[in-house]
Design a protein around this ligand. Sequence first.
Ligand code: SF4
Length: 503
Amino acid sequence: MRVKSFFYLCNMNLTKYIRRASHEVRIGATIIGGNHPIAVQSMTNTATANVEASVAQIERIADAGAPIVRLTAQGKKEGEALADIVAGVRRDGYPTAIVADIHFVPEIASIAAESVDKVRINPGNYRTSGGELEALIAKCRKRGVALRIGVNHGSLAKHIIDRLGDTPAGMVESAMEFLRICVRENFNQVVVSMKSSNTRVMVHAYRLLVEAMEREGMAFPIHLGVTEAGNGIEGRIKSAVGIGALLADGVGDTIRVSLTEAPENEVPVAQMLVEHFQNRDGEFQVKHPEKYSPFEYRRRTSAPIVAHSEITDEYIVIDATSGNPTAEWRAAILNREDNAPVVIRRKYEGSAEEVALHTAADMGQLLLDGLADGVWIDAPQIAEEELHNIELVILQAARARFSHTEYIACPSCGRTLYNIEQALAEIKARTSHLKGLKIGVMGCIVNGPGEMADADYGYVGAGAGRISLYKGKECVERNIPQEEALEHLIELIKANGDWQEPI
Ligand code: SF4
């Protein structure tokens, strides 16, 4: 049975927390995988060619507590600046591991490998044929540079989409093609990731990847992240839902929380998530493992109830009290013989941010897997309205119920040539009452349109202070000055009949 083989093969089980076994990978002064702690990381959003600004931002991120920092290197100028950036950071006494993010140009990966500690490539725009990857591996091996095979749901290669579609299985095959070459070349200093802005796709893709690697005897460490999570409480909760669901499975050796904010803000959020999963005690027997699949959304059949019904025994509230609430709820739900709807509840201490992160990380998996029908956070120290909003945001982040406009906003990087933080805040202020819409707010025209997934409308950086607008995947207005772009976006939404006046 598939579910048993997943947990057996991966040295995990449904009943308790066991961290997935992976081999060690050295990234400069930091080692991930094996028994090493889960490392947190972030990415700069300065222009990489601006050495001084990039060094200063890396140091701010390092001061916030991240031992690994990534920079985009989209062209030769940026690739060559990396050596000066590494030198600047070392001169200032920081051992921070520096990672280059390469998308389209293999030559830049090769330049980067001469100075950085790790190179990330996207298999969606890198070829497996012609010896490109073998040449990069040779270069990495020479200097002890690690590699990340970083798959993005929004930028799979055409041959993968033609064969497997834009699916978790396609994402896994995209990584496996590259990992097999690494194995053939006897190069194991490789980390792998499967990011998506859709938390359900992301979680199922990572679990499928774990199974695929186990089947082929691979134990590469895993980098976790949700892309385009946005900012504020929504961005934090969306990241916690996706990353938390996998950390609860024992999967993940390094994490990045992507926020459309100053990158140093990402670090404490990531640290809070890692700490949350440090002690997962408790063992819970599951009588019906066959009712569960870790690889697909399978909504548990439950009887419908009328919203706000006063007949409270129409649904069951399951309280988790152990140190491993996710496994405790999962076992309790799978062990039920009836089809009563289930609401999961737990008491949480701490500030609103801690409660939001911890509940999203614990409860998200039950929603992503289709097991729970509702969430109930017991935290009397938080105002009721705020708590209710956290519950709604968790439901939306786990794609269980859509009650707000969804913003698919990238964290920005050295490719972003406009003020995305300000733009996102202004767009939210004007459009957050539009229920059921997805609006992409992306930093660059190169990766933005592909990676804003299934957004209804897109606001995408097209050049210095310039924006292009999208309706679905189609670009409908190009190069609008940023100051005018929000009004154009609203006009576009109106012209397509999706606008409502705020109440
Ligand atoms: S979409 Fe955003 S994060 Fe991704 S490459 Fe473009 S600017 Fe950078």
